[in-house]
Design a protein around this ligand. Structure first.
Ligand code: GLU
Length: 279
Protein backbone atom coordinates (compact mmCIF):
# COMPACT_ATOMS: atom_id res chain seq x y z
CA UNK A 1 0.00 0.00 0.00
CA UNK A 2 1.47 3.36 -1.04
CA UNK A 3 0.96 6.15 1.47
CA UNK A 4 1.99 9.69 0.52
CA UNK A 5 1.45 12.98 2.31
CA UNK A 6 1.32 16.73 1.88
CA UNK A 7 2.62 18.47 4.97
CA UNK A 8 2.21 22.24 4.80
CA UNK A 9 3.16 24.64 7.56
CA UNK A 10 0.44 27.20 8.30
CA UNK A 11 2.83 30.14 8.28
CA UNK A 12 1.63 31.69 5.04
CA UNK A 13 -0.84 31.06 2.21
CA UNK A 14 -0.10 28.25 -0.25
CA UNK A 15 1.21 29.04 -3.73
CA UNK A 16 1.04 27.23 -7.06
CA UNK A 17 4.11 25.17 -6.15
CA UNK A 18 2.24 23.75 -3.16
CA UNK A 19 -0.67 22.90 -5.45
CA UNK A 20 1.73 21.11 -7.80
CA UNK A 21 3.27 19.22 -4.88
CA UNK A 22 -0.04 18.18 -3.35
CA UNK A 23 -1.41 17.01 -6.70
CA UNK A 24 1.70 14.90 -7.29
CA UNK A 25 1.50 13.28 -3.86
CA UNK A 26 -2.21 12.67 -4.32
CA UNK A 27 -1.82 11.18 -7.79
CA UNK A 28 1.12 8.92 -6.90
CA UNK A 29 -0.99 7.36 -4.14
CA UNK A 30 -4.16 7.18 -6.18
CA UNK A 31 -2.45 5.54 -9.16
CA UNK A 32 -1.56 2.61 -6.94
CA UNK A 33 -4.73 2.43 -4.88
CA UNK A 34 -2.98 3.98 -1.90
CA UNK A 35 -3.73 6.76 0.57
CA UNK A 36 -2.92 10.45 0.44
CA UNK A 37 -2.56 12.17 3.80
CA UNK A 38 -2.71 15.80 4.87
CA UNK A 39 -0.64 16.74 7.91
CA UNK A 40 -0.59 20.29 9.24
CA UNK A 41 2.92 21.08 10.50
CA UNK A 42 2.01 23.67 13.10
CA UNK A 43 4.67 23.57 15.80
CA UNK A 44 6.31 26.85 14.88
CA UNK A 45 4.27 28.63 17.57
CA UNK A 46 4.70 32.30 16.83
CA UNK A 47 4.60 31.83 13.05
CA UNK A 48 1.68 29.33 12.91
CA UNK A 49 -1.73 30.79 12.10
CA UNK A 50 -4.58 28.43 12.95
CA UNK A 51 -6.96 29.89 10.35
CA UNK A 52 -4.58 28.94 7.54
CA UNK A 53 -5.15 25.20 8.08
CA UNK A 54 -8.79 25.72 7.13
CA UNK A 55 -7.73 27.73 4.10
CA UNK A 56 -5.36 24.91 3.03
CA UNK A 57 -8.21 22.37 3.19
CA UNK A 58 -10.37 24.64 1.04
CA UNK A 59 -7.51 25.03 -1.46
CA UNK A 60 -6.97 21.27 -1.78
CA UNK A 61 -10.70 20.58 -2.14
CA UNK A 62 -10.89 23.31 -4.80
CA UNK A 63 -8.13 21.53 -6.75
CA UNK A 64 -10.31 18.42 -6.66
CA UNK A 65 -8.17 16.42 -4.23
CA UNK A 66 -9.45 14.05 -1.56
CA UNK A 67 -7.30 13.17 1.46
CA UNK A 68 -7.23 11.63 4.91
CA UNK A 69 -6.12 14.13 7.51
CA UNK A 70 -3.80 12.91 10.26
CA UNK A 71 -3.28 14.75 13.56
CA UNK A 72 -1.47 18.08 13.37
CA UNK A 73 2.06 18.28 14.74
CA UNK A 74 0.97 20.35 17.73
CA UNK A 75 -0.83 17.25 19.09
CA UNK A 76 2.31 15.09 18.90
CA UNK A 77 4.72 16.90 21.19
CA UNK A 78 5.01 13.94 23.58
CA UNK A 79 6.37 11.72 20.81
CA UNK A 80 9.02 14.33 19.94
CA UNK A 81 10.05 14.60 23.58
CA UNK A 82 10.24 10.80 23.91
CA UNK A 83 12.46 10.47 20.84
CA UNK A 84 14.75 13.26 22.07
CA UNK A 85 14.98 11.49 25.42
CA UNK A 86 15.93 8.26 23.70
CA UNK A 87 18.70 9.97 21.71
CA UNK A 88 19.89 11.70 24.87
CA UNK A 89 20.06 8.36 26.68
CA UNK A 90 22.14 7.03 23.78
CA UNK A 91 24.61 9.86 24.42
CA UNK A 92 23.89 11.47 21.05
CA UNK A 93 22.47 14.86 22.05
CA UNK A 94 24.13 17.76 23.79
CA UNK A 95 22.75 21.10 24.93
CA UNK A 96 23.81 24.30 23.22
CA UNK A 97 23.17 27.88 24.17
CA UNK A 98 24.98 29.59 21.30
CA UNK A 99 23.19 32.45 19.59
CA UNK A 100 22.89 32.74 15.81
CA UNK A 101 25.40 35.58 15.88
CA UNK A 102 27.95 33.52 17.83
CA UNK A 103 27.59 30.62 15.42
CA UNK A 104 27.88 32.86 12.36
CA UNK A 105 31.04 34.43 13.78
CA UNK A 106 32.74 31.08 14.48
CA UNK A 107 31.43 29.00 11.57
CA UNK A 108 33.55 27.79 8.69
CA UNK A 109 31.27 26.97 5.80
CA UNK A 110 27.56 26.48 5.42
CA UNK A 111 25.14 23.56 5.42
CA UNK A 112 23.08 22.63 2.32
CA UNK A 113 20.39 25.13 3.39
CA UNK A 114 22.97 27.90 3.42
CA UNK A 115 23.01 28.21 7.22
CA UNK A 116 26.39 28.61 8.96
CA UNK A 117 27.83 25.22 9.95
CA UNK A 118 27.91 24.83 13.70
CA UNK A 119 31.54 24.86 14.86
CA UNK A 120 30.94 22.45 17.78
CA UNK A 121 31.42 25.08 20.48
CA UNK A 122 29.26 23.37 23.13
CA UNK A 123 30.00 19.76 22.23
CA UNK A 124 32.30 18.90 25.10
CA UNK A 125 31.37 21.67 27.49
CA UNK A 126 29.57 20.94 30.76
CA UNK A 127 26.45 23.10 30.64
CA UNK A 128 25.56 24.97 33.78
CA UNK A 129 23.09 27.69 34.64
CA UNK A 130 19.54 28.09 33.42
CA UNK A 131 17.92 29.49 30.33
CA UNK A 132 16.72 27.83 27.16
CA UNK A 133 19.01 25.40 25.34
CA UNK A 134 18.86 23.77 21.93
CA UNK A 135 19.74 20.08 21.70
CA UNK A 136 22.16 19.16 18.96
CA UNK A 137 23.02 15.78 17.48
CA UNK A 138 26.65 14.76 17.99
CA UNK A 139 27.07 13.92 14.31
CA UNK A 140 30.40 12.08 14.57
CA UNK A 141 29.05 9.78 17.26
CA UNK A 142 25.76 9.28 15.47
CA UNK A 143 27.56 8.32 12.25
CA UNK A 144 29.82 5.92 14.11
CA UNK A 145 26.78 4.29 15.69
CA UNK A 146 24.66 4.08 12.53
CA UNK A 147 27.35 3.14 10.00
CA UNK A 148 26.95 3.81 6.26
CA UNK A 149 23.37 4.39 5.11
CA UNK A 150 21.57 4.65 1.81
CA UNK A 151 18.22 5.93 0.66
CA UNK A 152 16.38 5.89 -2.65
CA UNK A 153 14.83 8.78 -4.53
CA UNK A 154 12.34 7.83 -7.24
CA UNK A 155 13.84 10.34 -9.68
CA UNK A 156 17.49 10.62 -8.65
CA UNK A 157 18.04 6.94 -7.77
CA UNK A 158 20.03 5.45 -4.86
CA UNK A 159 21.83 7.95 -2.62
CA UNK A 160 24.56 7.52 -0.03
CA UNK A 161 23.35 9.33 3.08
CA UNK A 162 25.57 12.33 3.88
CA UNK A 163 24.05 13.83 7.04
CA UNK A 164 27.50 15.16 7.97
CA UNK A 165 26.79 17.99 5.50
CA UNK A 166 24.61 19.48 8.26
CA UNK A 167 27.15 19.09 11.07
CA UNK A 168 25.78 18.85 14.60
CA UNK A 169 22.24 19.61 13.51
CA UNK A 170 19.64 20.95 15.99
CA UNK A 171 16.96 18.37 16.84
CA UNK A 172 15.23 20.26 19.65
CA UNK A 173 15.08 23.99 19.16
CA UNK A 174 15.43 26.51 21.98
CA UNK A 175 11.97 27.84 21.32
CA UNK A 176 10.21 24.75 19.92
CA UNK A 177 9.70 21.14 21.05
CA UNK A 178 11.42 19.70 17.97
CA UNK A 179 13.20 20.80 14.83
CA UNK A 180 11.68 20.15 11.43
CA UNK A 181 14.03 17.18 10.93
CA UNK A 182 12.97 15.35 14.07
CA UNK A 183 9.25 16.11 13.84
CA UNK A 184 8.85 15.25 10.15
CA UNK A 185 10.83 12.01 10.48
CA UNK A 186 8.83 10.82 13.47
CA UNK A 187 5.51 11.80 11.93
CA UNK A 188 6.17 10.11 8.59
CA UNK A 189 6.93 6.91 10.51
CA UNK A 190 3.89 7.26 12.78
CA UNK A 191 1.63 7.96 9.80
CA UNK A 192 2.95 4.93 7.89
CA UNK A 193 4.13 7.08 4.97
CA UNK A 194 5.86 4.85 2.41
CA UNK A 195 6.67 7.48 -0.22
CA UNK A 196 7.74 10.92 1.00
CA UNK A 197 7.00 13.41 -1.77
CA UNK A 198 8.24 16.97 -1.48
CA UNK A 199 10.22 19.60 -3.36
CA UNK A 200 13.86 19.26 -4.31
CA UNK A 201 14.71 22.04 -1.87
CA UNK A 202 14.38 19.39 0.88
CA UNK A 203 16.53 16.79 -0.90
CA UNK A 204 19.55 17.26 1.37
CA UNK A 205 17.39 17.15 4.52
CA UNK A 206 16.67 13.53 3.69
CA UNK A 207 20.27 12.65 4.60
CA UNK A 208 19.49 13.70 8.17
CA UNK A 209 16.10 11.98 8.18
CA UNK A 210 17.67 8.71 7.02
CA UNK A 211 20.16 8.90 9.89
CA UNK A 212 17.40 9.57 12.42
CA UNK A 213 15.48 6.56 11.10
CA UNK A 214 18.53 4.37 11.69
CA UNK A 215 19.16 5.74 15.19
CA UNK A 216 15.53 5.49 16.28
CA UNK A 217 14.73 2.16 14.60
CA UNK A 218 12.09 3.66 12.30
CA UNK A 219 10.91 2.18 9.00
CA UNK A 220 12.62 3.55 5.87
CA UNK A 221 10.28 4.90 3.18
CA UNK A 222 11.16 5.86 -0.38
CA UNK A 223 11.36 9.49 -1.45
CA UNK A 224 10.27 11.49 -4.48
CA UNK A 225 11.79 14.96 -4.56
CA UNK A 226 10.07 16.83 -7.33
CA UNK A 227 11.06 19.88 -9.40
CA UNK A 228 10.31 23.30 -7.97
CA UNK A 229 8.18 25.86 -9.74
CA UNK A 230 10.03 28.99 -10.79
CA UNK A 231 8.61 32.45 -11.38
CA UNK A 232 9.18 34.61 -14.43
CA UNK A 233 12.57 35.70 -13.15
CA UNK A 234 13.67 32.09 -12.57
CA UNK A 235 13.39 32.25 -8.78
CA UNK A 236 11.66 29.43 -6.94
CA UNK A 237 8.24 30.19 -5.54
CA UNK A 238 8.51 30.61 -1.79
CA UNK A 239 6.13 31.65 0.95
CA UNK A 240 8.90 33.71 2.42
CA UNK A 241 9.04 35.73 -0.80
CA UNK A 242 5.29 36.26 -0.76
CA UNK A 243 4.49 33.77 -3.55
CA UNK A 244 1.29 32.75 -1.77
CA UNK A 245 -0.05 36.26 -2.07
CA UNK A 246 -1.77 37.64 -5.15
CA UNK A 247 -1.46 35.97 -8.53
CA UNK A 248 0.53 32.92 -7.49
CA UNK A 249 -1.52 32.16 -4.37
CA UNK A 250 -4.01 29.28 -4.38
CA UNK A 251 -6.52 30.98 -2.07
CA UNK A 252 -6.39 34.21 -4.05
CA UNK A 253 -7.05 32.36 -7.30
CA UNK A 254 -9.82 30.30 -5.69
CA UNK A 255 -11.53 33.36 -4.25
CA UNK A 256 -11.23 35.12 -7.61
CA UNK A 257 -13.43 32.38 -9.05
CA UNK A 258 -10.90 30.37 -11.04
CA UNK A 259 -11.87 26.77 -11.89
CA UNK A 260 -9.68 24.69 -9.54
CA UNK A 261 -10.17 21.41 -11.40
CA UNK A 262 -9.03 23.07 -14.64
CA UNK A 263 -5.98 24.51 -12.88
CA UNK A 264 -5.15 21.06 -11.46
CA UNK A 265 -5.46 19.52 -14.93
CA UNK A 266 -3.08 22.16 -16.32
CA UNK A 267 -0.53 21.62 -13.54
CA UNK A 268 -0.68 17.87 -14.17
CA UNK A 269 -0.01 18.48 -17.86
CA UNK A 270 2.96 20.75 -17.06
CA UNK A 271 1.12 23.82 -18.32
CA UNK A 272 1.80 26.56 -15.80
CA UNK A 273 0.01 29.91 -15.55
CA UNK A 274 1.51 33.31 -14.82
CA UNK A 275 4.88 32.79 -16.48
CA UNK A 276 5.76 29.89 -14.17
CA UNK A 277 8.08 27.07 -15.24
CA UNK A 278 9.31 23.89 -13.56
CA UNK A 279 13.03 23.89 -12.80
N1 GLU B 1 6.19 21.59 6.45
C1 GLU B 1 7.17 21.69 5.40
C2 GLU B 1 6.91 22.92 4.54
O1 GLU B 1 5.89 23.53 4.60
C3 GLU B 1 7.17 20.47 4.49
C4 GLU B 1 7.99 19.40 5.05
C5 GLU B 1 8.08 18.13 4.23
O2 GLU B 1 7.38 17.95 3.24
O3 GLU B 1 8.87 17.28 4.64
O4 GLU B 1 7.76 23.28 3.77
Amino acid sequence: MVITRFAPSPNGPLHLGHGFSAILAHDLAQARGGRFLLRIEDIDGPRSRAELAEEFRADLAWLGLAWDEVPAQSTRLASYAAAAEKLRAMGLLYPCRCTRAQIAAAASGTDPDGAPLYPGTCRDVAMDGGGPVAWRLDMARALAMAGPLEWVDALAGPQRARPELFGDVVLVRKDLPASYHLAATLDDAADGVTLVTRGRDLFASTHVHRLLQALLGLPVPRWHHHALLLDESGQKLAKRRGSGEALLGLARRRLAGEDGAALAAALRAGIFPAGISAG
